[in-house]
Design a binder for this molecule. Sequence first.
Ligand code: GDP
Ligand code: MG
Length: 443
Amino acid sequence: SLAEKLQDTFKKLRGHGRLSEDDVNTAMRDIRMALLEADVNFKVVKNFVAKIKERAIGANILESLTPAQAVIQIVNEELTQLMGGSVSRLTIAPNPPTIIMMAGLQGAGKTTSVGKLGTMLKKQGKRPLFVAADIYRPAAIKQLQVIGEQLDIPVFTMPEGTNPVTIADEAIKHALSHANDIVIIDTAGRLHINEELMQELKSIKSTVHPHEILLVVDAMTGQDAVNVAESFNKDLGLDGVVLTKMDGDARGGAALSVKAVTGCPIKFVGTGEKLEALEMFYPDRMASRILDMGDVLSLIEKAQETFDADEAKKMEKAFRKNQFTLDDFLDQMQQVKKLGSLDKILGMLPGMGGLKKKMGDIDMDLKNNKEIAHIEAIIRSMTPAERNNTKIINGSRRKRIASGSGTKVQDVNKLLKQFDEMKKMMKKMTNMKGKNGKSMMKG
Ligand code: GDP
Ligand code: MG
């Protein structure tokens, strides 16, 4: 995967103390290869690598004591910029209804995405109306009706033979008289872009003036998705992209190239067939995800240098199985102390960036750390049953544990909360790795 490739590159860098210019060139070549293999647009890669190199030289990474960290930081920032910088939200019209028009090729996931958007907006208290303007396949109208019924969202249809432009136009009137504040128009697709398809979409656009034209593209089609986006944007004009099927074997190229090639932000990603499987697209999170993946493995490697092999295996298993008790936590704490600095360890854990920030004022020295001494005391004051299943630790048990460990009940609460959060984080990590150990950014 792209992540693994980048990780390999950074591992090479990590091995070095200082870098030579040759090292930097090698790293840049590796990054370029990794991006191309992830099916990122060629021009995008070229610009991206040039920018990274320029910044790397500007930041004087050759002089930096942790050059790999410096490069990762730059790559992370530039990946985020490449994907649009910050999250792009839907435009909500000041005077309802907000009109959203979905476009895209057949099978991209338009109808499903209409349902997903409806789900999301309804949760936000909106009253959506779906519009069946894909009239060429009777099954398409039925499909939208089934989704509407499931969600209890009305679906606007008209008799067979009605022109899609008329349907869209009438739907807006219907929404106005029925207090629907969002109208989502499901349009027809073709297997390939053609003049007729574009003409129909343009007519709908010039008649109802959508606030949002969202192009739905299938991430699995890689650069094709980007080409489709480019030509829809040129012919129709787009406000955003919905990238579907990111739960599949997509290589990540589309996610990385769409914005750079078309100038249109990705607004949502589809991550499954279910109607809840839609997420807002956060460029910074995606960048971190791309970079972070596989970092669990480097943590385990680092651990292996310090722990004995058995301990490391146990830890890896606990990570993978997400069966992780306070006893394991205590064991790890002992091992972790040997690693030296918490800073380093958090830096290696995926998704821990935020936690690290939150923990900003915590003592990062593990060997003589008061907080860790407290945590150890608290866990040691628990019974084995409590360590195994923190759910049983009620109020009176908390009191007993606090007095046993010479801490306050708040300290016990805090530890239990942190432990819960850690477990949740691990679960997320495991889910991110996906079914069958497949990562989201499969390479
Ligand atoms: P349309 O022709 O563009 O309206 O496409 P549909 O909405 O009918 O979707 C085509 C197929 O893709 C259906 O089988 C959907 O269940 C599936 N699909 C859509 N979005 C996603 C997604 O995000 N993940 C996965 N795994 N499947 C999706
Ligand atoms: Mg459809």
